[in-house]
Design a protein around this ligand. Structure first.
Ligand SMILES: O=C(O)CCC(=O)C(=O)O
Length: 309
């Protein structure tokens, strides 16, 4: 049963998202969801698997809801899908999810990057929903380059093997079949951010940290119950914090509206959702062709019977 947000979104929040590419939605999910999020993130963290990776003291897991019923409930029943759908003004399908876990103490930064270049998909209607059970001050919270979701550029991923330095990677990218993903289902047996091949023809992410004043950066103090929505194409990152008294645990889910299509990228870092492999998707196919893999979770008019959370 899908729950409604604690309050309706305002027109300003929706237009801020479309103009800036990101918005902080304050106090939109109730305490029971925040508690479930905390339990789910801890349960996923305790179940390290092949799609878990330590990047220094940042642990990132791909598709954590597949191993964590609490996170699955967040996706299928919490108000998050409604928040995304009301912002897009259309139905939304779930694409994939990630855990970002920074233990208490020194919180590492998350380097600036775009999300789209990591996935075999493209489109305008692509929203990330980011939520945490922990308060996160502005210095360690998500930051975006305002409006960069509209820059017509795809940057190179930060990870992956570099075909200019690695002969095997060069051979893989030159042999890649245009109708097959670079990472096959075997990625689910043995995966790392550094096992895929990076498309180094793409430009590198600008050195934003070195020239922060040159960019229009937006960030927020985050509190549990808030949700940050950002466009998957926007440049984003997070700052460091020298001494956090508690962990900074985050759950980011990626949602697709009507115009999102499959795209075989020349480099691929994160495997396609497991259930998609059986369909042999082709570049240009809308995700709506795969309703069993990407079910519609929210549509205009969906609401919970009691209207509450
Ligand atoms: O939570 C973070 O620091 C990173 C989140 C992120 O990069 C994402 O959700 O795409």
């Amino acid at each position: 049963m899908l729950s409604d947000p604690l309050r309706p979104l305002t027109e300003d929040e929706i237009s801020d998202f479309h103009r800036d590419g990101a918005v902080l939605l304050k106090r939109v999910i109730g305490r029971e969801w925040v508690d479930l999020l905390r339990e789910g993130l801890e349960a996923a963290f305790a179940k390290r698997d092949v799609l878990s990776e330590d990047l220094g003291s940042l642990r990132v897991d791909q598709f954590p809801a597949e191993k964590t019923p609490e996170l699955r409930r967040i996706l299928m029943e919490s108000p998050i899908a409604a928040l995304v759908g009301q912002t897009l003004g259309s139905s939304v399908r779930f694409y994939m999810d990630q855990l970002f876990y920074k233990p208490a103490g020194q919180l590492p930064p998350t380097p600036w990057h775009q999300d789209t270049c990591y996935y075999n998909l493209e489109g305008q209607d692509l929203i990330r929903a980011w939520a945490s059970p922990d308060p996160v001050p502005r210095e360690a919270s998500l930051e975006v380059v305002r409006g960069s979701h509209r820059w017509n550029v795809t940057y190179a991923p930060l990870a992956g093997r570099d075909p200019e330095k690695d002969k095997a990677a060069q051979a893989e990218i030159s042999k890649a079949a245009p109708d097959k993903p670079m990472l096959g289902l075997e990625a689910y047996e043995d995966w790392s951010y550094f096992s895929g091949v990076r498309d180094t023809r793409l430009p590198s992410v600008p050195e934003i940290e070195k020239a922060r004043d040159s960019f229009d950066l937006v960030g927020w103090d985050y509190n549990p119950g808030d949700v940050i929505l950002f466009h998957a194409h926007i440049l984003h990152g997070a700052g460091a914090r020298p001494d956090s008294p508690h962990p900074r645990r985050a759950y980011a889910s990626l949602w697709a509206g009507d115009d999102v299509r499959y795209l075989h990228r020349a480099g691929q870092i994160i495997p396609d959702p497991r259930a998609l492999y059986g369909h042999s998707p082709q570049t240009g196919q809308p995700l709506t062709d795969f309703p069993d893999v990407f079910p519609t979770i929210w549509s205009p008019g969906s609401h919970s019977p009691d209207g509450g959370s």
